[in-house]
Design a protein around this ligand. Structure first.
Ligand code: CTP
Ligand code: MG
Length: 243
């Protein structure tokens, strides 16, 4: 991969983790002895393809986040910026705060602390080839459509995938998709790949990682603890490095 590209990682931590029901938003919850967001910071900081990091934080927690981020030994230039009311507006805030010469962005949910370097590299490489890319995994459950109290359909599972983050984009592709969405009054899209597709763009699918779970409820936090304790994942040492 050419080193001359400027690839900025945007780590989204603008939510409040309502479904987790914790005392603090889930990005600040402790996992394996360190805050959830520290995992994403560590792994993006350790990727040589990544040049800069932008952390998008809930406006009510900026000081806590700055203390956490600047108290760590992060080697890359890092900024902490306020997010918005929806994931989409936080993602847009991240894009607005990228260094102006950014070529590619990797947009990542801090709620996925177990992301591996291998996933980051493969998503970025695919975006450099195709313009946009996202990691996806198969659905193991049969998925059904429900109408009222009954099953109304059973879509073909082989074409249904579960998309994860980080998602990577050529900078102009994702900023244009966000700008178009805002112009047409769409403010609550939950996925950046979805915005690119909505405006006619193509997104390459790369192989996701079933260990890259999204922490949604407290059960997921326990599951992540188990994954870490078992030492699953190739570069878990890097990710769980104590600051
Ligand atoms: N996110 C964000 N800004 C928002 C909402 C969400 O940056 N206004 C981020 C979250 O911090 C999280 C990611 O988007 O890392 C995925 O969102 P989700 O899992 O829904 O997190 P929360 O919105 O915090 O959780 P909940 O929906 O349960 O309140
Ligand atoms: Mg949410």
């Amino acid at each position: 991969m050419r080193k001359t590209k400027k690839n900025t990682a945007i780590i989204l931590a603008g939510g409040t983790g309502r479904r987790m029901r914790g005392d603090v938003p889930k990005q600040f919850s402790f996992l394996g002895g360190i805050p959830v967001i520290a995992y994403s910071l560590n792994v993006f900081d350790s990727c040589e393809e990544v040049s800069d990091i932008v952390v998008v934080c809930h406006p009510g927690y900026l000081e806590d986040m700055e203390r956490l981020v600047f108290g760590k030994d992060i080697r890359k230039p890092v900024k902490v910026v306020p997010g918005g009311e929806t994931r989409q507006s936080s993602s847009f805030s991240g894009l607005e705060n990228c260094p102006p010469d950014t070529d590619y962005v990797l947009i990542h949910d801090s709620a996925r602390p177990l992301v591996s370097r291998a996933t980051i590299t493969s998503v970025l490489e695919a975006a450099i080839e195709e313009g946009a890319a996202g990691p996806a995994i198969d659905t193991t459950d049969t998925i059904v459509e429900q109408a009222g109290a009954f099953i109304s359909g059973m879509p073909d599972r082989t074409v249904l995938k579960r998309v994860q983050t980080p998602q990577a984009f050529r900078f102009n592709i994702i900023t244009e998709a966000h700008e178009k969405a805002r112009e047409t009054g769409i403010n609550d899209s939950s996925d950046d790949c979805g915005l690119v597709i909505a405006y006619g763009g193509k997104v390459k699918v790369v192989r996701g990682d079933s260990l890259n779970i999204k922490l949604t409820s407290s059960l997921d936090l326990e599951l992540a603890e188990c994954i870490i304790r078992k030492g699953f994942g190739k570069d878990i040492e890097t990710r769980s490095k104590v600051p």
